[in-house]
Design a binder for this molecule. Structure first.
Ligand code: SF4
Length: 317
């Protein structure tokens, strides 16, 4: 099943930018399109701005961020944009959206480091701006993986974003027949190694939280669990944490592998830890051993197969 992916409309090639141009991302359009159903939004067009249109920017007006025309601070789109963004974010929060790719640097869609100007026309260096629309998305859906088009050129950020989108789809699928304690416990048990790799602290804390699921209202529990899980997965899985998980997996084969096989696996894990090999190499061997010596608990771990291999996202890790 495809996951729903919100996108800045210009990122999938729609000519909606101020200059009638677009910012088509080939990764999004070519590689993700097989797995994602796009939900394109151009907030500036949605509030009635024409194409082409005068450029707009973020302005620090008495410590209040305004969205104004670049050449005339009195042409102010702030309230219209806030109203649209809050309404749209509320609507999208009910749509099982699994991720959002926004266009960098835009005063509307930028996720971070958007320029904020002073009344005198200079850039306020100390201000780190966020586009007004994306700010509303982040506030309404703190669990949602959001990434900028340009940052997806970084293999680590790309892998992390795509993985989180698949994980969120998986969470919604796991609850498709209703949110139950059993469904949450089963889902969580599949993500234990993933959590161990991404955030050992939340791995322990979420484990305790899930163990007490019976003490909570199930819907409230789900909302908190979803946010905590997705925020934990946003941490990069470090080489050190991945090594710990690989060694943990190695332990499952201590009775089934012979001396030579154990030494070979240990050598690959060590080579990965030293940065001499990508994560994929020891993982491939572990998956091979798992075929020969099946283990129900390990086989269901998302860590071993977090998304389709055809995306080839683990090559750069
Ligand atoms: S960055 Fe956002 S507001 Fe600007 S053209 Fe793209 S979708 Fe529209």
């Amino acid at each position: 099943m495809k996951f729903k992916l919100g996108v800045s409309a210009c990122v999938i090639g729609e000519k909606v930018r101020f200059d009638r141009g677009h910012k088509r991302s080939s990764f999004v359009c070519r590689e993700l399109s097989e797995f994602a159903e796009f939900v394109p939004v151009c907030p500036e067009v949605a509030i009635g701005l024409p194409v082409p249109r005068p450029t707009i920017r973020l302005l620090d007006h008495d410590n209040e961020i305004r969205l104004v025309d670049t050449k005339d601070n009195d042409i102010d789109h702030t309230q219209k944009m806030i109203t649209f963004s809050e309404t749209k974010a509320t609507h999208l929060s009910e749509q099982e959206l699994c991720g959002y790719v926004v266009c960098a640097k835009s005063p509307t869609c930028g996720m971070e480091r958007v320029k904020v100007y002073r009344e005198n026309g200079y850039v306020a260096a100390e201000k780190i701006g966020v586009g007004l629309y994306t700010k509303a998305l982040m506030e309404k859906m703190p669990w949602l993986p959001i990434e900028e088009d340009g940052r997806l050129n970084d293999p680590v950020l790309k892998e992390n974003f795509v993985f989180r989108a698949f994980a969120l789809r998986d969470l919604y699928d796991a609850m498709a027949d209703g949110i139950t304690k059993r469904a949450i416990i089963e889902f969580h048990s599949r993500y234990k190694l993933v959590l161990m790799a991404h955030c050992p602290k939340e791995y322990r804390a979420l484990g305790q939280f899930v163990a007490r699921v019976a003490d909570h209202d199930i819907k409230e529990f789900f909302f908190e669990y979803r946010t905590r899980l997705m925020q934990a997965l946003a941490f990069r899985a470090s080489r050190k944490n991945n090594t710990n998980v690989l060694m943990h997996l190695q332990g499952y084969f201590k009775r089934s592998l012979d001396k030579k096989q154990k030494a070979e696996l240990a050598e690959l894990i060590l080579a990965y830890r030293k940065g001499e090999m990508p994560l994929l190499v020891p993982l491939t061997l572990i998956n091979h051993h798992l075929t020969m010596h099946p283990d129900a608990y390990i086989a269901k771990q998302k860590y071993l197969k977090p998304y389709p291999d055809s995306l080839r996202l683990r090559y750069g890790l």
